[in-house]
Design a protein around this ligand. Structure first.
Ligand code: NI
Ligand code: MN
Length: 227
């Protein structure tokens, strides 16, 4: 079992391999997450899927306070070092590496990636994380892609974290197919409700998963679930 805490939009933390991993920190600019105090977070690692502000707005500040190592694509890791991040580990798609909490593999994502200043941020990614407590796939912002079948073929995972907001990423029915291809029965939905174009009907989203024999989990902002 892995403990997962949701911080709104695509930001969540997991406790894996005795460490805290924070994904895609976007808290202080998020109206819906104003109950979360980003300055209190002390992750051991910060994993960033791409350069868009709604995935890294708080990354440099949280890394500065916590000393967390950032794991991301080469371009994002180098850019964050330029923003003052002391410890950043660059990777690229298809590459895997063992860290002290477990193993991380960078997966492809069909999306775009630029920094808040408009500069080139490489290609966006997702992550497969495998630790002694369990394994999961966080797709990052992406369209549904048959590459996800490989994840189910090559890994035994417990759950996925998938965008469901549509418009900029997969919507719920495509995300349900992504979960099937990744070989998981349960998924945590992210990247919805934050902005008007990605507001969703939660019951319809849950139904899309249920119709596929899957469960969609939608933890409240600040809630921790065991999965
Ligand atoms: Ni994006
Ligand atoms: Mn996004």
């Amino acid at each position: 079992m892995i403990a997962l805490t949701y911080y709104g939009h695509s930001c969540f933390a997991v406790r894996a391999g005795g460490k805290t991993l924070l994904f895609d920190p976007f808290i202080t600019p998020n109206e819906l997450a104003k109950g979360i105090d980003a300055s209190q977070l002390r992750p051991d690692f910060i994993l960033v899927s791409h350069g868009h502000a709604d995935h890294l707005a708080d990354a440099a500040a949280i890394a500065g306070r916590s000393g967390a190592m950032v794991i991301s694509t080469y371009e994002v890791a180098v850019w964050l070092q330029g923003q003052g991040v002391k410890s950043a580990h660059p990777m690229n798609h298809g590459g895997a590496r063992s860290f002290d909490f477990g193993r991380v593999k960078l997966t492809s994502a069909i999306h775009s990636s630029s920094f808040p200043d408009g500069s080139y941020a490489g290609n966006p990614c997702g992550f497969v994380v495998e630790a002694s407590d369990g394994g999961f796939y966080y797709s990052g912002d992406t369209a549904l892609t048959t590459d996800m079948r490989l994840i189910g073929e090559m890994h035994r995972l417990d759950f996925a974290v998938l965008p469901i907001g549509d418009n900029f990423t997969m919507g719920a029915s495509d995300a349900a197919r992504a979960a099937q291809w990744a070989g998981v029965k349960r998924a945590v939905g992210v990247h919805y409700d934050t902005f008007p174009p990605i507001r969703i009907d939660r019951d319809a989203a849950r139904s899309a998963f249920k119709a596929a024999g899957l469960e969609l989990l939608l933890p409240k902002i600040g809630e921790t679930i065991e999965i």
